[in-house]
Design a protein around this ligand. Structure first.
Ligand SMILES: [Zn+2]
Ligand SMILES: [Zn+2]
Length: 538
């Protein structure tokens, strides 16, 4: 019988192919979401499908239900099989791995009649690449180099996708995720899964056969590197059980950290590796630079008592005030601050003074309905170019929680953007600063703000600084968190959620805090609400 993991894997493969075939992004996202949900569902999906109850699950509509019925009855999804022949995922994955666009990868495959890496290497060695229309000697030379030396530098994969990719592979192989995602790097380049096994060939065969793996780049005894359809190389290490801990330490990295540990002893788990080295066990998030000391007790997801930055349908969020607050309570939190945008944000709807007051009534009603859970009337108030705030003082004063942020003019020179930020910190109503450097990973560098000065003023004014958990922000980043921790300035772990699901990104904010050496005491929203609110007045 198909397990939930098998079914989720097929839906994920379908999502990827739909994306490659250029369907609506919404469709492929719906399949990916359904796959995630099926993985988390304890009840066997096959039973639910047979009983016609699968649509009781959130996110399963009639379209996905039909595909699930087909999969349960026939063991396959016909459209998926068709798509696989049409879009040639193996070529696209290979192309991405080599830094070539999907269209070009398919052209290469069709012109030269190659289906995998070996055949492509042969064709390249025989000088056949220039037979492909549009490939001149220069591009051919670049490709040959990529083929001989491995993938060129690429943009790292965002942490949420990276964690999901490794979790899926690790589950399918019964192994443990390692590599960059295990260290919670903001963008991952090195992916690895370590399996403890007495039968390494079986594990590696299973890896080769997985739907997500389109090409095997290397295979030797106990180790293989496969390329996923996204073009990402993933290393699988099939370790003898007596060496599982050793291989896990090595595959988790970073290389600089592991090298500095010296020769690793054989051990079946990580703790034993460290014990034999005479070094205290180190959380993966701190394994960046060489370190042999006693690590602090880092903040954990379970330490978080509430969320202080989220949006609702009042601005660009997808859920109502009550829905967001109920979802936060479900997560075990004690409080949630509703912080929609103000008008200056421009690109999406923002709240003016009247809206804020009307929303206040809705927040108060939600607060009453959910008591003792606390729903805070808050705002994410734009900092205007002159450093003033986008709402009048008499409105800001009535709010429980004001977080200030900049959404435009990120390219301003250092002095200007620092002065703008600092002016907002000086405003008596401001309790937090959101996404302080404005970076968008892989798209926009951080602004030029002088963080030392921001931290000094934030300490004086008792304003907490946010670690924004949106996967493409993670702002403050790790090294900046460490600057706050060392200065004694509390940080906030927030998700900036725009949906109830978005609240789940808290683990990314916490992971970033851990990489910045933050303990629970360094994170303001590990405190009970009254204590958190009292911090401002000292
Ligand atoms: Zn924002
Ligand atoms: Zn926001």
């Amino acid at each position: 019988m198909l397990s939930n993991a098998d079914i989720a894997e097929r839906l994920d493969a379908f999502a990827v192919l739909l994306e490659l075939a250029g369907s609506q992004p919404y469709t492929s996202r719906a399949y990916r979401r359904a796959a995630d949900m099926i993985r988390e569902t304890p009840a066997p999906i096959v039973e639910l499908v047979r009983q016609g109850r699968v649509r009781d699950l959130r996110g399963i509509g009639p379209g996905i239900e039909r595909r699930l019925q087909e999969l349960v009855e026939t063991g396959e999804i016909a459209e998926l099989t068709e798509l696989e022949q049409q879009v040639r995922p193996e070529l696209i994955g290979l192309g991405r791995y080599l830094g070539v666009s999907p269209r070009r990868a398919i052209e290469i495959g069709e012109t030269l009649g190659v289906r995998d890496l070996e055949e492509l290497r042969d064709a390249a060695r025989n000088g056949r690449l220039t037979e492909v229309p549009g490939i001149g000697p220069k591009t051919a030379a670049k490709l040959v180099e990529a083929l001989e030396r491995g993938a060129p530098a690429r943009r790292g994969m965002l942490l949420n996708r990276a964690l999901a990719l490794e979790a899926g592979l690790a589950e399918a192989l019964g192994g443990a995720p390692a590599g960059d995602p295990r260290r919670m790097r903001d963008a991952s380049e090195r992916f690895a899964v370590v399996c403890a096994t007495g039968r390494p060939d079986e594990v590696l065969d299973r890896f080769e056969a997985l739907g997500q793996v389109v090409s095997i780049v290397q295979r030797e005894s106990g180790r293989a590197v496969g390329v996923t359809v996204e073009g990402v190389p993933v290393e699988v290490i099939a370790a003898a059980p007596a060496r599982f801990g050793t291989e896990l330490v090595r595959a988790t990295g970073s290389a600089a950290y592991v090298d500095a540990l010296g020769p690793l002893p054989d051990a079946s788990d990580e703790e034993a590796v460290y014990r034999e080295l005479g070094v205290p066990w180190c959380p993966p998030e701190l394994r960046e630079a060489p370190f042999r000391g006693e690590p602090p007790r880092l903040v954990e997801l379970s330490d978080i008592r509430g969320e202080l930055h989220c949006h609702t349908t009042w601005s660009d969020g997808k859920a109502s005030v009550l829905e967001m607050a109920s979802a936060a309570r479900e997560l075990g939190y004690e409080y949630l601050a509703i912080c929609d945008h103000t008008k200056a944000v421009g690109a999406v709807p923002g709240l003016g003074s009247d809206d804020v007051l009307r929303q206040g009534d809705e927040v108060a009603a939600a607060n009453d309905a959910l008591t003792p859970f606390g729903v805070l009337a808050g705002i994410e108030c734009d900092i205007l170019p002159d450093g003033s705030l986008d709402l009048p003082d008499h409105v800001l004063e009535r709010l429980d929680w004001v977080t200030a942020s900049i959404h435009a003019g990120q390219r301003a020179p250092r002095k200007e953007i620092t002065a703008r930020t600092v002016a907002a910190l000086r405003h008596p109503a401001v309790r937090a600063l959101s996404h302080p450097t404005g970076r968008i990973i892989n798209h926009r560098p951080p602004n030029a703000v002088e963080l030392e000065e921001v931290i000094a003023v934030a300490l004086e004014e008792r304003v907490a600084v946010e670690i924004n958990g949106l996967p493409d922000r993670l702002d403050l980043r790790d090294e900046h968190v460490r600057m706050c921790v060392e200065a004694g300035l509390p940080v906030l772990c927030n998700t900036d959620a725009h949906s109830t699901r978005g609240l789940g990104n808290m683990r990314l904010a916490v992971g970033t805090g851990r990489r910045g050496w933050a303990t629970a005491a360094d994170v303001l929203n590990t405190r009970p609400l009254a204590e958190l609110l009292a911090w401002k007045s000292g």
